[in-house]
Design a protein around this ligand. Sequence first.
Ligand code: AMP
Length: 209
Amino acid sequence: MSQAQDGAQAQDGARLLIVGPQGSGKGTQGVRIAEVVGVPAISTGDMFRAAISGGTELGEKVKAIIEAGDLVPDAVTSEVVSERLSQDDAAEGFLLDGYPRNLAQVSDLDAFLSGRGEQLDAVIELSVPRGESIDRLTRRAFEQGRTDDTEDVIANRLAIYERETAPILDVYRERGIVDVIDGVGSLDEITERIVAALGARGLIRTAAA
Ligand code: AMP
């Protein structure tokens, strides 16, 4: 839970990004961490899926792309994210899940944030062995029936992750903001690891000491 603000002049929340291969548990951990830090969790995948099920124009545009496990064009994605980040609840912090996903999107996000005098505070890299992510994705396909969780599409998404998304971590590593977190363990253990890493950066004010 987020702790009560201390009443001091707009103490900033944290601006966070969680990155990991599909099946790493980033969605679940993202929501948990956002709650601890007291910022909105913003998942591009969730926004696209909501647009598809709502039958919106955006949903129509991205449906086939998502079903194939390909990336939605950068211009479309970055526009969706900048609109979302412009909402009031993201003014003092946010946790991004699934964006940026390639180097072009890193540039888009940098441009957007620097226009507001902001930058990312930390990037959580959830590290999970390939076999484990595939097992988890296959299980999720069975449980949730996601249309992009079929075997071929999973393979495509993991290949895209390695080719396009993993390189963004090098950029953030150079900035010294990446925390690599072991993503194998119970949900609570993994959350605790992330909270500890963010705490070490001074990004979480823990009341329960
Ligand atoms: P996710 O739930 O994060 O795995 O996202 C599901 C799907 O949404 C991905 O396989 C892509 O097709 C699309 N998607 C989500 N985020 C992005 C992004 N940042 N750039 C392009 N496509 C995205």
